[in-house]
Every structure is written in C-alpha cells, then in structure tokens.
Design a protein around this ligand. Structure first.
Ligand SMILES: Nc1ncnc2c1ncn2[C@@H]1O[C@H](COP(=O)(O)OP(=O)(O)OP(=O)(O)O)[C@@H](O)[C@H]1O
Ligand SMILES: [Mg+2]
Length: 322
C-alpha cells in the first residue's frame, strides 16, 4: 500500500458535529480518526485522501488536487461514497457498522462505530513474537465469524475484494470484523493505471490480475484461504505470479500436517486453487467445515492423506454439497 504523506486533521477539530480526538491510522487512500459524535459516542471516521492524487499541508483542511488529477480524484470520491452507501445497508456483527457519511473539506468522510481491538495481522505478529500461532480451535472460530461476515456481504450482492489479515479486525472479545472494502480502489485503478494496484499480492486471487476474468464469491474465498494460511504459517502465501512459475504451496501445506486437522489444511488448499471452479463455491460450505468437529486430534495424528479435492473434504466430514 502507498504511504500517506498528508497532514491529518488537527486534534480537537469539530467537523459536521463530530469532534476529532486523534488520527488512529493512515493508508494510501485514507486517514482514519477516533472522534466523538454529539452524544459522546466514540466513532471512527475515515477520510478519503488518496495520497497520490491529493496534497494537504499541515494547517490546511481541504486537500489540493492538481487539475490533471481531478477527474480520477472525483471518480475515487464517488466510489468511496458508494462503498459507504453499500456498507451502510449491511448490519451484521462481523461487518464494520457504517453509521453516517458526509461531505466536508472538499472530500468525503465515512463514519463507523468505533471498535476497540487490533487487526488480525497484529495478532499474528504478536503470537509469532511469542513463538506461537493461531491454533485449530481459535482458527475455526475466527474464520467461522469471518465467513459469516463475508456471507452477508455476498448476500448483498457485494464482494469485498481486499480480504487479508490487515483488513480483519479483532474486537477485544476476539470476535472478527471485516473492515476496508476495496471496491473504491478497484475503480480508481481501472481508470488510472498509474495508481498503485488495489489488490494485495499473496492474498489476491489470480482473476484479480486480469481485466477480463470474472470476479465472484470465489475471489473472496481465495483471500479467506490466504488469510487462514497466514494464521497457520505466519507468512503470506506466494503471490500468484510466483506460484505460476514455481508453486510451493504443496510443500508448505505438508509442513502443517500434525499441527492442524487434515480437513482444515485441505480447505485452505482448495481455497487457494488457482482455478476458481476448484475452490469452495460459497462461504456457507466453508462454514460447515469450520463448524464440524475435527476428524482427528491434530497434534496426535500422522500427516494428512492425499488431497481429494473440495468434494472429498466435504464427503470425509459428512456434509452434502448442493
Ligand atoms: N471502525 C473502526 N474502529 C476502530 N478502528 C478502526 C475502525 N476502522 C478502521 N480502524 C483502524 O484504522 C485502520 C485502517 O482501517 P482500514 O483498513 O479501513 O483503512 P486503510 O487500510 O488505511 O485503508 P486504505 O487502504 O483505504 O487507505 C484499521 O487497521 C484500524 O486500526
Ligand atoms: Mg486496510
């Protein structure tokens, strides 16, 4: 992700009835602030500010956008707005709650319920520092929640398209929450090829790289598999290009046998299939696997049997696929 070099809004600023407390995060496309609404509730406000198109010096409120950048800035603004509007329709415990959005300072702001916690990426790093990793039970519970959120997104005819540990947030009680929907960036990227790509290598499905390929729930399913892989191995999967020339996935997954049940490893393998049709075709089907009791106690068993494809896993744990 591109860095954000712009000055944040000053602490204490009042904007559309909200009081900015402080900046909590910034990325290439936006700055996120902790703020309070008029009733004193904590909110997170995300400000559209693509650093490659807009400049804001300290002390200024509205960013400066050069004339050649203006059309792309406006397309991105519209998409950011659309992202907010789409998200505002979704009310689900595993999807960030968008409560408002407004225009000010010649840009757009998305107001979300503030959630106290940290990203899955930070969680993996913390465990790694302790020489540990997300265990089978925690992984199943966590990704059952992630799948529930993604299922709701898909039920609303939307795709996330940027699922990765940095965009999965864990509340203090450990429940997961989807953040940061990538649709805005996708459109920016189509219209302005000079901008940084929206996808994240390692977590992005092959069809995200080609303009003609069809995107669908299977595209998010690849990324869910990649995020599970990251929890299990504490590294990200090889980017698609590298896999196409020398795919190390099999040997990497083989190393997990004994630490995780075979059906969990098999599910990650199926999700990460380069062929969209070979992946689980819905997050609901994945939830069934995640919710089933492990067929073996992971630590006590021999390495996983040879892969039998997605249907094979479903059969082994006794679920019917439509
Ligand atoms: N609702 C929220 N409550 C608390 N913190 C939040 C919330 N939304 C975002 N954050 C914080 O802001 C960080 C960045 O959020 P998000 O992933 O949405 O944006 P981003 O990656 O900076 O986006 P972009 O790539 O568009 O610049 C999160 O990791 C989290 O720390
Ligand atoms: Mg993010």
């Amino acid at each position: 992700m591109a860095a954000q070099n712009n000055a944040p809004l000053p602490d204490g600023l009042e904007i559309a009835g909200y009081r900015i407390v402080k900046k909590i995060a910034s990325g290439g496309f936006s700055i996120v602030y902790l703020a309070y609404d008029p009733e004193g509730n904590a909110v997170a406000i995300k400000e559209y500010l693509p650093s490659q198109l807009a400049l804001r010096a300290p002390g200024e409120l509205a960013p400066t956008v050069s004339k050649p950048n203006l059309p792309v800035f406006r397309i991105g603004l519209k998409c950011f707005f659309e992202e907010g509007r789409a998200l505002a329709r979704i009310v689900h415990p595993n999807v960030v709650r968008v409560v408002n959005f407004f225009r000010a300072n010649e840009t757009v702001y998305m107001v979300m319920a503030y959630e106290s916690g940290h990203t899955l990426q930070d969680h993996i790093a913390r465990l790694h520092a302790k020489g540990s990793r997300v265990n089978e039970t925690a992984l199943r519970q966590l990704f059952n929640g992630v799948c529930a959120g993604v299922r709701e997104v898909h039920a609303n005819k939307l795709l996330h398209l940027d699922l990765k540990p940095a965009n999965i947030y864990l509340r203090s009680d450990g429940s997961p929450l989807l953040l940061d929907f990538g649709a805005a960036r996708q459109t920016i990227n189509i219209d302005a090829p000079m901008l940084a790509p929206m996808y994240t290598p390692g977590f992005a499905a092959p069809e995200l790289y080609g303009k003609a390929a069809a995107l669908g729930p299977w595209t998010d399913i690849y990324s869910i598999g990649a995020a599970m892989y990251a929890c299990m191995t504490r590294t990200m999967p090889q980017p698609v290009e590298a896999r196409k020339s020398e795919d190390k996935l099999e040997q990497q997954l083989a190393a997990l046998a004994g630490s995780y049940s075979p059906e969990l490893v098999d599910m990650v393998r199926a999700c990460l299939d380069l062929d969209p049709l070979a992946r689980p075709q819905s997050v609901f089907a994945m939830q069934k696997v995640l919710q089933a009791a492990p067929t073996v106690a992971p630590q006590d068993e021999e390495p996983a049997p040879a892969p039998g494809g997605w249907r094979g896993i479903a059969q082994r744990i006794g679920i019917k696929l439509g």
